[in-house]
Ligand binder design. Structure first.
Ligand code: ADP
Length: 997
């Protein structure tokens, strides 16, 4: 063997003393060693391998023949001494006799720290005391015979282990090996084993090349007793006596049975523990050989040596002299070992089982696949690829437990479905949905007030209150860190920017935007999805939304919540409620998906035209923000700043700001390139591709819609509260402009006369042939958008007939002027001299709703009382009365015409016409009280448009009127100004409720 470096010695330092001195012989070391010497069996040297009692027996005479030894053995069987184990006599003078088998009564002795050495057993022993090591080496090298050393187990370790480093390069175990400071008879077990050194390998110090340790392979040969210490050494020299095993006649059944049991137990442990098996295999072979000659002590020693029992327990086995006792002790240890081995196996089995479950599943699946293929059930249908695709989608997503379980189950099911089966497609679709949900994927909110303002201002004119409200909303989000549990509801006429504001909020917050409308939605499945069993089943809108936007916190705009229907397929509004309710939507259950989906991070924004039809519970959960319509000025601004520029860009008449900038940049680059080319003419570089090519072809276009044109567009074409219709008209104009530009451009490029003027008189200046200028003014407007839709706001020009009053109404489209006409025909009476007593009759027409019909009855009553109060009784009773609201095809309803109807009836009765420029609104109660109405702004706008200068509003609406922009109030008659109508003043001051605007 080669030199072992000090590294080994250092490594040994870190190990425990016990491990160091009692290394078990490793299996792989055995064959090499076996080749060098035969070391199993006491009498291997003499070739007496198979003899009964492998431990050589000493008869006291060195010359005794084989016969004599046999006869001696016989005599011992009967001797009493044999019962306790015979001791070989030694001379007292210390000159020891050798017995016939070569037993040396004087030998070197070494302490063992962990477990005793057993006969039949091979052990690797490391000696780290340099002095002892050298001694052993010189013995093995010089002696022709094998060196024998006595090994005795230390009873206990000293309380204090020698400290490392006290003496340089000396290991703690080296100190323990040196017994000079102790009484070996006390410290060591007196029964030990004589061992033969089969091989000794020195360990040199790399520093000075001195031997510092020795590693030896020792074979246990026989049990000996420590008799006397001859020299404390180191190394320790002792006198020993051989302990011969107690004789056994081979008939004792107890012994035989115990022995058999021992061997069986060894075999059993071998079955259970692989490490034991390896170790025991070699020993067991030998054991079986010996067993043929039935040697209880050999069996006991071998069995004990195989166990991992404590040193003290093993020493007991070694100590015992009675074969049955020895066997029993050894068997006990073996049984314990068996239990430990079983336990160990159980633990390892459990772990292995866990580990291999997945592997086994995989294997089985593969097998199943190939079986299916073999049977033709499964032609590689790509389901594996599909599964793989679904699994990839789920990678990196944190799928909630419930969904994960559902997905896993479906995956398993899908893998085993035949492609032809109906369920295959169903499961595939289902998995497709499940896997494409954005489980725990969130976009980061950008709570940035400045940016929010920029975005809102960029997209919308005015709407200061709403923008502030949204900024407040974001500010709360900043402080709370989330926007959970908020539902905004924008209410207002169409085209006022409800949807587009929602879009801007999404952009300001950095959230994905998704919009769906619930107007006219009757089927609950649209929101909650169909059950999977239906053919063509689909999840509801919200799940579709999540799949599309791929984040769990988008901004969802639900349009037209006021128009949600109710059909025989359940109540969609309650499903919507479930979706919107912050206390329920953290686990929203879609019928199709069938697993809870967290919708609590979605920001819901709803839009509606009116509040009345929004289901109460739904309205309760929403934060309503009203958007009133725009007046002329606002519309003008919106058109000029937003709609016209956008439409121009849309049709290509203008460039977007960003694009225009980039074009300037391109030009700059081109110029720079040109310059650099001039500077370096010797290096002509290829022209960059970014050439202003379109500019060369396209002439410059200057298109404009004049302010006057926009104003008349608003005034005579688009009177709605919103701007959508206006936008459409502007787009139409822009499209026409674009057509004209292209026509002119073509004319030019074909060389036709460019001096022509077009029908509108838009002249193309020939001197500036590169510029096409187009202008839309008030006069040419009808060319682009046709004849005006509204010619006048007024039904009546000039004086109104008495009984006709200008009322003001509010519709979802904005405010409008609503005339009320009242007229009367005298009743035919049987006796014209008698006063009429029959109750008055009022016929109401003009598609009035119930509320308005009731209002007309109340108006009649109030008017009668007013008339009575003025002492002009009888008119209503004597006449048949008719009340009509023109534009009879349009259904009308609402209470706010009460004041107008009363006034109309009174005007009729008193034959006093109402001034043309007076308009009014207000609900009247039975006692003549005037109640507040809505839509003051819209009504004011409509009244101004109709040229009304004096407006009568309920006192309770004074605040609304005061809050109107100045320009809306300007130009209306002052309250204290002389009233144009005496009647009106009477009425107003009588009630004390009316305001003259
Ligand atoms: P709604 O949802 O209220 O019916 P939209 O949001 O669809 O109305 O608006 C219609 C069009 O009017 C959109 O193109 C929008 O940009 C434009 N618009 C509405 N209000 C404004 C405004 N204040 N400023 C600029 N554009 C507006």
């Amino acid at each position: 063997m080669s030199r072992i470096s000090l590294g080994l010695v250092k490594a040994l330092r870190s190990q425990s003393l016990q491990a160091r001195s009692t290394w078990q012989l490793r299996q792989d070391a055995l064959p090499a060693l076996l080749q060098t010497r035969r070391f199993f069996g006491w009498s291997s040297n003499s070739g007496d391998d198979g003899k009964k009692g492998d431990v050589p027996e000493s008869t006291g005479t060195s010359e005794s023949s084989t016969d004599e030894r046999q006869s001696g053995r016989k005599s011992k069987r009967t001797s009493a001494a044999a019962q306790e184990g015979a001791i070989v006599p030694v001379k007292q003078d210390g000159h020891l006799r050798k017995d016939s088998s070569g037993f040396e009564p004087v030998c070197m002795a070494l302490p063992l720290f962990g477990r005793p050495l057993f006969p039949w057993h091979n052990q690797l022993i490391q000696i780290t005391s340099p002095k002892i090591a050298k001694e052993i080496l010189s013995l093995t090298e010089n002696s022709k015979k094998m060196t024998h050393i006595g090994f005795f187990l230390r009873k206990s370790m000293p309380n204090e282990l020698p400290k490392e480093g006290e003496e340089e390069d000396l290991l703690p175990s080296a100190k323990l090996e040196d017994m000079s400071g102790e009484d070996p008879m006390e410290v060591l077990h007196n029964v030990g084993t004589i061992g033969r050194v089969a091989q000794a390998v020195p360990v040199w110090s790399p520093k000075d090349g001195e031997v510092v340790a020795v590693q030896m392979l020792v074979q246990g040969a026989g049990v000996v007793r420590l008799e006397k210490v001859l020299n404390k050494g180191p190394p320790l020299q002792v006198q020993i006596a051989q302990i011969t095993p107690e004789e056994w006649d081979g008939k004792d059944e107890m012994v035989r049975a115990t022995m058999n049991e021992t061997i069986l137990t060894v075999q059993e442990i071998m079955k259970v523990s692989s490490s034991f098996r390896e170790h025991a295999q070699y020993v067991n072979q030998s054991l079986q050989q010996r067993n043929a000659r039935v040697q209880p002590d050999a069996v006991a020693h071998l069995a004990a040596s195989l166990t991992t029992a404590e040193g003290a327990e093993l020493q007991q086995v070694l100590d015992a002299t009675n074969p049955l006792d020895k066997l029993r002790l050894a068997l006990e240890l073996l049984k314990k070992e068996l239990e430990v081995a079983k336990l160990q196996q159980k633990i390892s089995n459990q772990i292995e089982e866990k580990m291999s479950k997945n592997q086994r599943e995989f294997m089985l699946r593969e097998q199943l696949k190939s079986i299916k293929k073999e049977l033709g059930i499964d032609k590689d249908d790509g389901s594996e690829t599909i599964l793989q695709k679904f699994k990839e989608r789920l990678e990196g997503k944190e799928v909630p437990k419930e969904a994960k379980e559902a997905i896993d189950t479906e995956f398993e099911k899908f893998a085993n479905l035949a492609k032809e089966s109906q369920e295959y497609q169903m499961t595939r679709n289902y998995l497709d949905w499940l896997s494409s949900m954005p489980w725990s994927v969130y976009s980061k909110d950008t709570f940035d007030l400045k940016k929010a303002r920029e975005i809102l201002d960029r997209d919308h004119y005015g709407l200061a209150d709403i923008k502030d409200r949204i900024r407040e909303f974001i500010a709360v989000g900043v402080l709370r860190g989330s926007m959970q549990g908020k539902i905004l509801c924008f209410v207002g006429p169409p085209g006022v920017g409800k949807t587009s504001i929602g879009k801007s909020i999404a952009e300001a917050l950095g959230r994905e935007f998704y919009r769906f409308s619930v107007g006219g939605l009757y089927d609950v499945a649209e929101i909650k999805g169909h059950r999977r069993t239906y053919v063509g089943a689909m999840p509801g809108k919200i799940i579709q939304c999540l799949k599309k936007v791929q984040t769990s916190n988008p901004l969802v705009l639900i349009d037209e919540v006021d128009k949600i229907g109710r059909g025989h397929h359940g109540d969609p509004s309650s499903a919507l409620l479930e979706l919107l309710d912050p206390s329920q939507n953290s686990a929203f259950m879609d019928h199709y998906l069938d697993v809870a989906v967290d919708c609590s991070n979605i920001l819901f924004v709803c839009t509606a035209n009116v509040l009345d039809t929004i289901p109460g519970p739904l309205l309760d959960r929403m934060e309503v923000i009203r958007l009133t319509g725009y007046d002329l000025q606002e519309k003008m601004k919106i058109a000029e700043q937003y709609l016209v520029p956008n439409a121009m860009v849309e049709v290509g008449l203008k460039q977007k700001k960003a694009e225009a900038q980039s074009e300037v940049q391109v030009q700059k680059v081109a110029e720079e390139v040109e310059k650099s080319e001039d500077a370096k003419p010797q290096e002509p570089e290829p022209e960059p591709e970014v050439k202003a090519e379109p500019k060369q072809l396209k002439p410059e276009v200057k298109a404009e819609i004049e302010t006057g044109a926009i104003e008349s567009l608003i005034r005579w074409y688009c009177r709605e509260a919103g701007v959508r219709n206006l936008q459409k008209h502007i787009e139409r104009i822009c499209r026409k402009l674009a057509t004209k530009v292209v026509e002119k451009w073509e004319d030019k490029s074909q060389g036709t006369s460019s001096k022509d003027t077009d029908a509108t008189g838009d002249a193309i200046d020939p001197s500036k042939s590169e510029v096409i200028e187009l202008r839309v003014d008030e006069a040419s407007l009808s060319e682009y958008v046709g004849k005006p839709v509204f010619t006048s706001d007024r039904l009546y020009e000039g004086q109104l007939p008495s009984g006709t009053v200008t009322g003001l109404a509010w519709t979802a489209m904005g405010g409008s002027v609503l005339y009320i006409e009242a007229t009367a025909l005298a009743r035919r009476r049987s006796d014209p001299d008698k006063p009429a007593t029959a109750p008055p009759m009022l016929a109401v027409t003009g598609q009035l709703g119930n509320v308005m019909k009731e209002s007309s009855q109340i108006a009649l009553l109030v008017a009668r009382r007013q008339l009575q109060a003025r002492g002009k009784d009888g008119f209503f009773e004597e006449h048949e009365l008719f009340l009509h609201c023109p534009e009879g095809a349009t259904p009308k309803d609402g209470p706010s015409a009460g004041v107008t109807m009363t006034t109309a009836l009174l005007s009729l009765a008193m034959k006093k016409p109402i001034p043309t420029d007076l308009a009014m609104t207000g609900e009247v109660s039975l006692n003549g009280k005037v109640l507040a109405v809505g839509g003051i702004k819209e009504k004011t706008i409509a009244a101004r448009r109709a040229g009304c200068k004096t407006l009568i509003f309920p006192e309770a609406n004074r605040r609304d009127f005061d809050e109107l922009p100045k320009y809306l109030q300007d130009g209306l008659n002052d309250l204290v100004a002389p009233s144009p109508s005496e009647f009106h003043l009477h009425f107003a001051f009588d009630r004390g409720l009316l305001i003259e605007g």
